[in-house]
Design a protein around this ligand. Sequence first.
Ligand SMILES: Cc1cc2nc3c(=O)[nH]c(=O)nc-3n(C[C@H](O)[C@H](O)[C@H](O)COP(=O)(O)O)c2cc1C
Length: 177
Amino acid sequence: MNFETDILSVFDKKWALLTAGDKDSFNTMTVSWGGMGTIWGKPVATVYVRTSRYTHEFMDREGYFTVSFYPEEYKKTLGVLGSKSGRDMDKMNDSGLTAKEAAGTMTFEEAEVTLVCKKLFMQRLEPSNIIDKDVCKFYENDAPHDMYIGEIIDIIKKPVNKANFDDPHNELFVEEP
Ligand SMILES: Cc1cc2nc3c(=O)[nH]c(=O)nc-3n(C[C@H](O)[C@H](O)[C@H](O)COP(=O)(O)O)c2cc1C
């Protein structure tokens, strides 16, 4: 996937992990709704978290969060992290991913790209504000989403190995100055 041109479908197609907390206490969950763009003159990532998620408690409490993207081989792991709650399992140890600190918050070694975000704004997507009735079905039996907008303060790219680095067809290829 080309990160530069597929930006609109990157959440939908690749999925991501949303992680908040510090090394002593953090949680992660899979997200496929979200976006990247600009507001208030800042580069931002926006995510939508149902109030019922364990991760929601961390998103409310913490000032920073990460959104991390993974190679295709981790899709199954993301599927598990998106179906089990950190309330019911030790996600951090049982996922097989390797947690690491990033600017005081957390991400995972296996991520190909991590967006480190500073929380700027949150607001409930009040079901009473829905205009298009097609959207109502998402809230008939489930908790509302809270929207979190975070300023992207750092983008961490996993270093590529030398062989890939030299390949001009690799999307992470960087020409040396
Ligand atoms: C592909 C996929 C995408 C998901 N996207 C979202 C999302 O954008 N927002 C959300 O609130 N939940 C989403 N979920 C559901 C949560 O990841 C799931 O409920 C998770 O178990 C919550 O974990 P937690 O209770 O430890 O926070 C998604 C699940 C999957 C499998």
